[in-house]
Ligand binder design. Structure first.
Ligand SMILES: *Cc1c(COP(=O)(O)O)cnc(C)c1O
Length: 415
């Protein structure tokens, strides 16, 4: 689908908004997202299902800003949540509770009650003890809980080990070899309706073959469960495709992936669900930062910027690559090889290492690209750094979607 940012006369834009203006007005570091980019990706998912009954549940954890959620709620997206806090956010943003699915391996009693009382669509349940807890809480509230068991299909997603989730050795889901027994034993539960199956084998998959393989295993499971008399109505395949972070990365097509899975689901009387997070928002956003200093230690060049690992932890946590480009491009400046680092007191605080990039100087603005997913949501106050502002662009307009935190915000609730 291409990136959301582009140069016009050597100045970086998101839609029709020049990013130097945002940085001047809002300050740095600052996340900026394009609503058009998010919506066009959502529409690509939606359109590609064709006639196949489907539901797209945006994975809130990728970017849970209220304005982003509101944008998606307005066009009819469902939501995949993994905590009570995410449920609160989704409802605040105007989500239809009946469009929400609740995933996660460690739901608490309070979270389950909150979800039951809110009338969410379904729980994606990850163990028998969780199933028993849902049954007892639903009984007490006199409700019926719709449940899909999360199956671990034992497929290798071939992605970073921290975001690979579909192998037997992982904590997620119920082993595909054991799940039929769980469905069978759950027939006696009076307040749980086991209507679906779900899985999620990992994130940032640049090759969709493991997803298709996982779907084949899940379809075979659906047939076996139905043959055993269980009224399975939906299959949830989990997260969406990966996104290219650096030049040369493959660019999985949302359309091709959805067309392939829709083809497999055709004529099976099955509601097909997906829970894309990253692929809706990653390429819609950048993190703006200002260069503070340049320095050289021995043979190494450092570009010290005002964004740090507390703002964007992906490079430190996953050795992730984010392109870093100047907001104002000037070819005459040339290029350097440098580490781009933040002010945090950790050697692990880097945004790029040994990176060939534009020769930016103190005072210059840079954009850290493809930062719309797992960016702000993973940020922290480490080193007592107030968290960054977030901005949402629409056409030539932009609004502050989240104010920069103040020092007072830092100590709220402390004494
Ligand atoms: C993280 C997660 C997703 C979203 O994955 P993306 O790769 O961001 O699309 C979807 N479903 C579940 C259960 C998840 O844990």
């Amino acid at each position: 689908m291409g990136k959301a940012w582009e140069y016009r006369n050597n100045l970086l834009y998101l839609e029709d908004v020049a990013l130097d203006e945002v940085a001047e007005r809002v300050g740095t570091p600052c996340y900026v997202y394009s609503s058009q980019a998010i919506l066009s990706r959502y529409e690509a998912y939606d359109r590609s299902f064709g006639e196949v009954p489907h539901r797209i549940c945006y994975a809130v954890k990728a970017n849970s800003n209220l304005s982003v959620l509101g944008l998606l709620a307005k066009v009819g997206a469902g939501f995949d949540i993994v905590s009570g806090g995410e449920l609160f956010r989704a409802l605040r943003a105007g989500a239809n509770p009946a469009s929400i699915v609740f995933s996660g391996v460690g739901k608490t009693r309070e979270e389950i009650e909150y979800a039951l009382e809110s009338g969410i669509h379904a729980f994606h349940c990850e163990s028998e003890p969780e199933l028993a807890l849902i049954e007892s809480l639903a009984a007490r509230l006199n409700k019926q809980a719709r449940v899909a068991l999360r199956v671990n299909p034992d497929v290798d997603a071939s992605t970073h080990p921290y975001i690979s989730t579909g192998l037997k050795e992982h904590k997620f889901g119920i082993d595909i070899g054991e799940v039929e027994g769980v469905y069978d034993r759950a027939r006696s539960l009076r307040h749980v309706r086991l209507e679906g199956v779900s899985c999620h084998i990992g994130s940032q998959l640049l090759n969709v073959d493991p997803l298709l393989e996982s779907m084949d295993r899940m379809l075979a499971l659906v047939e076996r469960l139905r043959a055993a008399g269980l009224p399975i109505q939906s299959l949830d395949l989990g997260g969406g495709v990966g996104v290219p972070y650096q030049p040369g990365d493959p660019e999985p097509s949302i359309e091709e992936f959805i067309e392939k899975i829709s083809q497999k689901a055709k004529g099976r009387n099955l509601m097909l669900m997906v829970e894309p997070g990253r692929s809706l928002v990653a390429e819609a956003g950048v993190l703006l930062s200002r260069v503070l200093y340049r320095k050289r230690n021995g043979a190494k060049d450092f570009i010290i910027v005002d964004a740090a690992m507390n703002d964007l932890i992906r490079p430190s946590l996953y050795q992730a690559h984010h392109e870093i480009i100047p907001v104002r491009r000037d070819e005459r400046r040339g290029a350097v090889v440098a580490d781009v680092v933040g002010p945090v007191c950790e050697s692990g605080d880097f945004l790029a290492r040994n990176r060939h990039l534009a020769n930016v100087l103190p005072g210059d603005l840079v954009a850290i690209c493809t930062a719309g997913a797992y960016g702000f949501v993973l940020s922290s106050n480490y080193n007592s750094r107030p968290r960054a502002a977030e901005v949402l662009v629409a056409g030539a307009q932009y609004k502050i979607a989240r104010q920069r935190e103040s020092y007072e915000d830092l100590i709220r609730g402390e004494q």
